[in-house]
Design a protein around this ligand. Sequence first.
Ligand code: 6LW
Length: 490
Amino acid sequence: MNYKNPVIRGFYPDPSVCEANGRFYLVTSSFQYFPGVPLFESTDLVNWHQIGHVLTRMSQLPLKGALSSAGIFAPTIRYNEGTFYMVTTNTTTGKNFYVSAKDIYGEWSEPIEVEQDGIDPSLYFEEGRAYFMSNGSDDFGDHGITQCEIDIETGRKLSQSRTIWHGSGGRYLESPHLYKIGGWYLLTAAEGGTEYGHMITCARSRSLWEGFEGCPRNPILTNRDLGGYQIQGVGHGDLVRRPDTGQWAFLHLGFRQIDQWLPFHHLGRETFLTPVTFDEEGWPVCGEDGTCREEFQISGDFSQQEQKSFTFADRERWLYIREPDMDRYELRGETLRLTGSQDTLDGIGSPTFTGIRQTDFCGVLKCRVSAENGEAGISIYMDEDHRYDLAVVNENGQSRAQLRLVIGDARYVRDSVPLAGNSADLTVKMNSFVYDFSVAEEGASHSFGFAHTRYVSTEVACGFTGVILGLYAQAEGAKGEFSEFSVTYE
Ligand code: 6LW
């Protein structure tokens, strides 16, 4: 069948995947957002359904003071002898740790730390032993893909760390994963940085500890030479095989630029699927001549389903910033009530904010919003310094609707219109280039004009995340009520 990329749309980067009992499980990074590490399930590698998150308790996920795009970096998920493991880095505490679960739908354990530096940790299991690797420094002062054996019960190192590969020469060697395929230990990694030069490279050896030789065709997957193509920055992936069809594939990240010759992306890094075969020498061959394309064919008899609209009912999709005070959030039926605090969207605290990722370019967001004693609204939120807030503000018994644009040091309220009551219907129309804002009250509507997507893109804001469509209340004691919320994509 033919399928379209990306297979998971919106800010879901650094995917890692494992197979267990004929089903596939995938995790992505989550940075300063709570809960952490979104968890997806699939039976065919193309259709992914989010079943929850791995890190659901604050004891697993300290995010106080985490800068935007810090917190939880790239995770790896593995399944070994009836247990799932998810290993990652909390860059805010600087620790690598893993959690485990026997039931993929249940709660995961408390974190177990590993005393090894580097980011993008991975696990490899063989004959009752567990190996941990990252892009850290080894016990001999060398730096690269560093590996040690660990006690999987305690996280204690059972061997010294040794650098097993220095990469193919690209900058930012990271994202190591080890597999045993056809008698070879195959090590895959990312190089080039998670931007336009990103790539997947690999090396192999007959031994687990030494002798890794790079593939003569490295990089095996990259779009760095596809100028003018929408999908850019492909890299950081994990290999998986469908046991029923024998199909191999990489789940990996990439991003979609807003237009052919406009190198901006605001939807974040997304998850793509690229089919893989092996050549006569046993090296992986990826996609179309080593590139990732918008459409691929994959074996299997099924169709691709796309979720085109989202509401409060998609509970597992909603996220919060850092360490939310859940007493400030109340969802009853189709109505969400938020209570503001001293933390505002301008800072790096935990403002009263809940949102879902923007998953496509073109669509419409609608919500009825009312405010009391402060401000409540919709934020097109890239980070605290790059966002567009369309709000109802209630102060001294008077209400108004306003649009605030925050683009780095340029911050201003563009337009403010009085409201007769304290509630209004807020609408944001989205396309690749702009967000178009309007507010209606009892039949009368007001257009606030548009603001460019590029100013909330990664190329402007920097960092590793993508736009979140958020609902918020701000000012201590401010009350926001949100109903009839929907996001519908074309
Ligand atoms: C991720 C690493 C990376 O851990 O960015 O540049 C980090 N590449 O692989 C955050 O996604």
